[in-house]
Design a protein around this ligand. Structure first.
Ligand SMILES: *[C@@H]1O[C@H](CO)[C@@H](O)[C@H](O)[C@H]1NC(C)=O
Ligand SMILES: *[C@@H]1O[C@H](CO)[C@@H](O)[C@H](O)[C@H]1NC(C)=O
Ligand SMILES: *[C@@H]1O[C@H](CO)[C@@H](O)[C@H](O)[C@H]1NC(C)=O
Ligand SMILES: *[C@@H]1O[C@H](CO)[C@@H](O)[C@H](O)[C@H]1NC(C)=O
Length: 545
């Protein structure tokens, strides 16, 4: 074989004499090879196409496919019947890391939610609270909680206190719920790994979000005689979003993402009373997102991705409105992608892109952008350096960029402050980028939008026990280079020859990293990392480009 396929040979290049096929010029050999490969790949495509594996009952009928000119109704002798072949046992293996990976980043995340539900109210109650649990990565991948709740409340009366009082009152929302007798599954708190704690002990998430915070304004007392019940004649759905008060793009993206996953799981979960999904397809597209706050945030728009409809504010809802269906979504900070960011352990690279890919397809659709094609290789990689204007500024960026421009004259080199661009412009720029360079922080969110196989240089604070965006980058198939800044004293000693202060030791804390004005690095280190990433990208092309 190596004689016929010199291109596969490790030691010998295609042009070496002993590998030439007799009687053919170089060009024709190329075509022959190409033709051969095409034939093989067509055959493989056919072999693995779903049509080939068309299921007929429990049996596969190999090669016989309805709708392709074959009859459906072939007389199948026993000899033609092949049961799904089993793999030799050595193939049936999943490491603990792979299981963890699938559990929270694969389809299992949604199936787990869809199959873990708990009803809080007696079936005869006028109202209903049905909660679902989402899984979390267990220790040592993650820190605290093991489960995250999301709920559907039915028969919900909205009756806010008069605007004069700003107090958080316990009866802004009322659900008439006769609690089921406490059972084992409502014992324990979320911290103890119980997603179905008593209704007043639901988890509270970052920036005062999550169902635990939302339910502070809810009253679940049994009978209020308020005529608002789960059978109210109003089929509409709302999704009540309690949002984090910050401007960090990563935080802000996680919120609609978790809301989308909530909606997805509700379209899979079966309502035991109807034996149908909780959320039908038509219902899903008519869900109204309701922000509980009145803030204008620059990312408000992104919530359109959740249902296709623009969100409204809670303050716009007329008091006394009775909702048949209210969705209380997973909190933004419950995202498994947050866990990926905060983890501090070594593990096998998680490679499933099941949740990620769907999210990205939705983002591109929302932004009306076509993702860059895998064949769109830049011979001279485009380098984008994220410049920050207030904190964590690179100490000598102008000079470093000058060096890079001289080194990579044909490369397009962007130095940008993402704060100056709209989100669409940011994503567009990142899509055209091959090497993204920046300090750890919100802008690194853009590893989500880099083209597959791009490279990212993430510059970390001098002491940092987290792995930053590495896991997310690797999950996406990017090359991730993690560089470290220096302490000012180290930098001064290295660059300026200023002796280290007497008895100075590198601090073993990351405290204050967010506020640090400067990020100190040597030219050699910064340029060196960018160079490594550029070379990695050069490796993607082949000479035939
Ligand atoms: C194939 O099967 C389907 C459903 O079993 C049936 O509706 C259809 O008529 C069949 N087609 C032929 C060609 O027998
Ligand atoms: C197959 O064809 C026979 C008659 O030709 C018909 O009676 C039978 O219902 C068909 N079966 C299916 C599954 O289409
Ligand atoms: C509930 O509905 C009944 C009949 O429609 C009405 O008489 C009663 O006043 C309503 N009660 C409340 C609290 O709205
Ligand atoms: C470097 O050392 C000089 C001289 O001691 C000092 O003035 C300067 O502030 C130091 N720079 C940093 C970044 O520590």
């Amino acid at each position: 074989m190596p004689g016929i396929f010199p291109v596969w040979s490790h030691e010998e290049g295609i042009d070496q004499k002993q590998n030439r096929m007799p009687g053919l010029g170089r060009q024709s050999r190329k075509y022959l090879l190409a033709g051969f490969c095409l034939a093989i790949s067509l055959f493989l495509t056919y072999l693995y196409s779903p049509a080939w594996q068309h299921r007929n009952g429990n049996d596969y009928i190999w090669g016989k496919t309805p709708g392709l000119g074959h009859s459906n109704n072939t007389t199948v002798g026993t000899a033609d019947k092949i049961t799904e072949p089993a793999f030799p046992p050595d193939y049936i293996y999943e490491s603990e890391d792979q299981k963890n990976c699938e559990r929270v980043y694969g389809g299992s995340y949604l199936t787990h939610i869809a199959t873990h539900q708990h009803s809080y109210c007696d079936a005869r109650s006028p109202g209903q609270i049905q909660c679902f649990e989402a899984p979390r990565l267990g220790t040592p991948w993650t820190s605290d909680w093991q489960k995250d709740p999301m709920c559907i409340a039915r028969g919900v009366l909205y009756n806010p206190p008069s605007s004069a009082s700003n107090l958080v009152t316990a009866n802004t929302f009322t659900v008439q719920c006769d609690p089921r007798l406490p059972s084992q599954d409502v014992a324990g708190t979320p911290e103890q790994g119980n997603a179905f704690p008593p209704l007043d002990k639901m988890g509270i998430y970052w920036f005062e979000t999550g169902i635990g915070t939302q339910f502070k304004e809810w009253d679940f007392d049994a009978r209020k005689d308020n005529n608002c019940s789960k059978t109210v004649d109003d089929p509409s759905w709302i999704l009540l979003a309690r949002r984090e008060q910050n401007r960090n793009i990563w935080h802000k993206l996680m919120e609609p993402w978790q809301a989308m996953l909530t909606m997805d799981a509700l379209q899979m979960a079966i309502n035991p009373e109807t034996s149908k999904p909780w959320l039908g397809e038509t219902d899903a597209s008519s869900v109204q997102v309701v922000f509980e706050d009145d803030r204008e945030e620059i990312y408000d728009d992104w919530w359109k991705m959740v249902t296709g409809n623009p969100p409204i504010r809670r303050s716009a809802i007329p008091p006394g409105t009775c909702f048949r269906n209210v969705i209380l979504p997973l909190a933004g900070s419950s995202s498994p992608f947050w866990t990926a960011l905060l983890e501090s352990v070594y593990h096998e690279t998680c490679r499933t892109q099941f949740l990620l890919d769907t999210f990205l397809r939705r983002v591109y659709k929302f932004l009306e952008l076509t993702p860059r094609a895998p064949s769109d290789i830049h011979v001279d990689p485009t380098i984008t350096i994220i410049e920050r204007k207030d904190t964590r500024k690179f100490i000598d960026l102008d000079r470093w960029v000058e060096i890079l421009r001289l080194k990579y004259r044909k490369s397009s080199i962007n130095v940008v402050d993402f704060a100056d661009l709209t989100l669409k412009e940011q994503v567009k720029l990142v899509q055209s980028t091959d090497v993204l360079v920046g300090h750890h922080g919100a802008a690194m969110t853009h590893v989500l939008f880099l083209p597959p196989e791009a490279a990212v240089v993430e510059i970390m604070p001098p002491f940092f026990e987290m792995r930053g965006f590495r896991s997310v980058a690797r999950m996406r198939g990017l090359a991730h280079f993690s560089a470290r800044c220096m302490w000012p004293e180290e930098w001064n000693a290295t660059v300026n020859g200023v002796p280290l202060p007497e008895g100075w030791q590198p601090p073993q804390t990351k405290a204050g990293w967010q506020e640090a004005e400067w990020a100190y690095m040597t030219e050699e280190n910064f340029v060196g990392y960018v160079e490594a990433a550029v070379r990695h990208q050069q490796n993607r092309r082949y000479d035939g480009i």
